[in-house]
Design a protein around this ligand. Structure first.
Ligand code: ATP
Ligand code: MG
Length: 733
């Protein structure tokens, strides 16, 4: 691509940033102003205009999905293959570094990643071995403590031990936890970053090599970097690299995970010659959506302050729907998506965003009921599903027998008569003798410590693993996976379980074989072997490359994982006090600001249509709650909002799901039903009407006024249609 087209499609400010002389730079701008676009074009510019080699470029994004998109965009803009270029997430890049320099990082070649589930399991085990009560030391709190310290770059030896007894014990847990990870060759997510940082500090020759190489460092979503991530970049940049960071302080949503907006200031101190460029035009959202979002975020104190405007027209108002309960809410959302589809829209244009993962289940049920394809980012990711983790446990143990997390997971899955008591013995011996569980088994069998039955069971398990390993040595990855699933007894176990869920599990196991078959070995990881590469891929990319990526599907995700993305139609569900903002955030002032930023992130994902929904009552986390609409709703000026009134008519129950909805609605009979009686359009619900094309039908819903008024008619021949009254040319009959 030539020069002019590289700068085409950019406004003056964007152009200035893309074509600036080589130096460090901060691009500070609000949502949808083209920050990511600028970053991508800058990479292409550096290569074409500044003759920088792709090898000299390191680009950091927030998710694997964003990294893949960026690689694709750079390839498109520059017209060349960027296969080996370092574009990735902090974790992905740091992991790549550790794989290459595992010895210098003090790791075994076969080291594996401990995801947060396995981490929690390990912490529970450690609490037990230290005789600490889970009530006094909730495992999640200990987990937060460990990860928090690591995010600040702190090892146990750096932590002051003179604190309160609780702190001392947390420190002890951290210590023992780290020792067992080291023995087992496991690194958790925070450890990946910490070790990569320590690699810079402890091995100057390695640092020098990369400093010579990466002369251009670019970071997207900079506002969400934490201390260790910034330190990693800072050290790598040294005194000579040009660092371009792009970010938006109003979108900082990971404070709870240690992200620091202050890094923006730190950057300006550390790179005093950096130029700051502000972008002010938004290209994503209609004016209504943008103005509403600006008004909302204006309620936050201490903002760096940015203007954001659009040339786009006002567009549709934000639809606000008050549901009776969570099922009614889901029904409403699915109804709107069906309408979108009827009007020729794609399912993948629609995103449903929610505050917490637990909210997805009801939405999923409603989508399933209508046979509508959907994809979930985060949450129930493919590689996080129980059966997949079981199968991966076998593969991990085959790769590394000292992998305690995998060992624990599968030693009695499927059941093979290894009980809690035997496990307790294994754990405590392992701890006392500083051995891994596998080594402990070898020793206990050797010393004949276990009872006859337990010994046989343990020996049987170990034989199984060794045989699996020998039998599959020459196999390709997918044949190996298939063999393991069949021979381990996992498949048989899930086949024996009855019901939908078990069937899905068996299907998932089968899908894993496909995943192994289609797995492409990254070129730069060739020496680590296919199995290890696949295991790391599963841990790092969980869910982001789901198998059904190519089918048209509604997108479901938490507000957090929606960052950086955009969709024509966005639903924000469960916008209620106690859910969003979350109860926890409501108790703390700072956290409330962060929730508001999260709301800003959610709203600014929408291009054309935004719906906000809340329920009067909701069953969530196993309890029934009666909540008030979120304060965020009240912070949006009413001129941008249109309240959608409830349907008066409910179609006859056809199955369990709609039964539940109907009963939920009739449960709330004694509350005022806000059905529309007389509408200014002159139509009313239940009335028969005639359309020139669709024929006769009955009005089932009316909402909005004036030009925006919409009518829903159930036509005798063609079924339900939503029409704008102004254009529908309906006649009463
Ligand atoms: P976020 O803060 O949400 O990450 P962003 O600032 O990174 O947003 P982009 O995703 O880069 O914004 O851009 C938002 C949308 O606007 C994209 O669809 C992008 O292609 C489009 N866009 C950006 N700049 C221009 C431009 N100059 N002309 C037309 N469209 C543009
Ligand atoms: Mg972006």
């Amino acid at each position: 691509m030539d020069l002019s087209s590289l700068l085409d499609g950019l406004n003056d400010k964007q152009r200035e940033a893309v074509s600036a002389p080589q130096s460090s730079m901060l691009v500070l701008a609000g949502a949808g102003s083209g920050k990511t676009r600028v970053l991508t074009h800058r990479i292409a510019w550096l290569m074409q205009e500044e003759q920088q080699s792709p090898y000299s470029i390191l680009a950091v994004t927030f998710t694997n999905k964003a990294a893949a998109e960026m690689r694709e965009r750079v390839e498109k803009v520059s017209g060349s293959n960027m296969g080996r270029m370092w574009i990735g997430t902090f974790h992905g890049l740091a992991h790549r570094l550790l794989r290459t320099h595992y010895q210098d990082a003090n790791l075994p070649q076969s080291f594996q990643i401990l995801d947060s589930d396995d981490q929690l399991r390990l912490i529970k085990r450690i609490l037990k071995s230290l005789n600490l009560d889970e009530k006094q030391y909730p495992p999640r709190q200990a987990q937060g403590y460990i990860n928090g310290k690591k995010d600040q770059g702190l090892r146990p030896k750096h932590i002051d031990t003179t604190g309160f007894p609780i702190e001392q014990n947390l420190l002890k847990i951290y210590q023992v936890y780290q020792e067992s990870c080291d023995r087992a060759g496991l690194v958790d997510f925070a450890e990946i970053l910490l070790r990569a940082h320590e690699l810079w500090l402890n091995k100057p020759h390695i640092l020098e090599h990369y400093q010579d190489r990466f002369k251009n460092i670019l970071v997207d979503e900079f506002q969400d970097t934490n201390a260790i991530q910034y330190a990693w970049i800072r050290v790598l940049a040294g005194n000579s690299a040009n660092v371009m960071i792009v970010g938006d302080d109003d979108q900082s949503i990971y404070g709870w995970r240690g992200a620091q907006v202050e890094n923006l200031h730190k950057f300006l101190d550390d790179f005093p010659h950096a130029q700051t460029i502000r972008l002010e035009q938004n290209y994503r959202s209609s004016a209504n959506i943008l103005n509403a979002s600006n008004e909302l975020i204006a309620n936050n104190p201490d903002r760096l302050g940015k203007k954001l405007w659009t040339e786009d027209k006002a567009g549709e108002q934000i639809g606000l729907y008050c549901a009776f309960n969570e099922m009614d809410e889901a029904r409403f959302i699915v109804g709107r998506i069906m309408d979108w589809q009827d009007m020729g829209g794609n399912l993948s244009d629609c995103a449903i965003l929610y505050r917490s993962n637990a909210q997805s289940r009801v939405l999923e049920e409603a989508l399933l009921h209508k046979g509508m394809a959907y994809r979930i980012y985060g949450g129930l990711r493919f590689f996080e599903r129980q059966e997949i983790k079981d199968a991966m446990g076998y593969l991990r143990l085959i790769s590394n027998k000292n992998d305690d997390a995998a060992f624990e997971r599968i030693i009695n899955t499927p059941a093979r008569g290894i009980g809690g008591r035997t496990l307790d013995i294994l754990r405590s011996t392992a701890r006392q003798q500083e051995l891994t569980l596998w080594q402990t088994c070898l020793r206990l069998l050797d010393e004949k410590v276990l009872s006859g039955r337990a010994a046989n069971a343990v020996r049987g398990f170990m034989d199984l693993i060794v045989t699996l390993q020998q039998d599959t040595e020459e196999h390709s990855l997918h044949r190996m996976t298939d063999h393991v699933i069949q021979t381990s007894g996992l498949k048989t176990m899930y086949e024996a379980e009855k019901g939908e869920k078990a069937r899905a599990r068996v299907e998932n196991l089968e899908e894993l074989v496909t995943a192994a078959r289609t797995f492409v070995m990254p070129e730069d990881l060739e020496d680590m072997g296919e199995l290890n590469a696949f295991l790391s891929h599963a841990a790092l990319e969980a869910g982001e490359g789901q198998a059904d990526a190519f089918t048209d599907a509604v997108q479901l995700m938490t507000l957090h994982s929606a960052k950086g993305l955009e969709f024509p139609m966005v639903f924000m569900a469960g916008v209620e006090e106690g859910i969003f903002p979350s109860q926890m955030a409501m108790d703390e002032g700072d956290r409330l600001d962060e929730e508001r930023r999260l709301c800003y992130v959610g709203m600014t994902r929408a291009m054309k249509q935004l719906y906000i929904t809340y329920a009067e009552s909701r069953r969530i986390y196993g309890r029934e709650n009666f909540a008030r609409p979120s304060r965020f709703i009240k912070e949006i000026p009413s001129e941008y909002v249109q309240e959608i009134r409830l349907k008066a008519q409910v179609t006859a129950p056809t199955n369990r799901f709609s039964n539940r909805i109907n009963s939920a609605i009739s449960d709330s009979r004694n509350r005022p039903v806000r059905a529309v009686a007389g509408h200014e359009s002159g139509f009313s619900i239940g009335q028969r009407v005639m359309h020139f094309k669709f024929g006769e039908g009955k009005v089932i819903d009316l909402e909005g006024n004036g030009e925006q008024a919409v009518i829903e008619v159930n036509f005798d021949d063609v079924g339900r249609k939503r029409l704008k009254i102004a254009f529908a040319r309906l006649e009463k009959v």
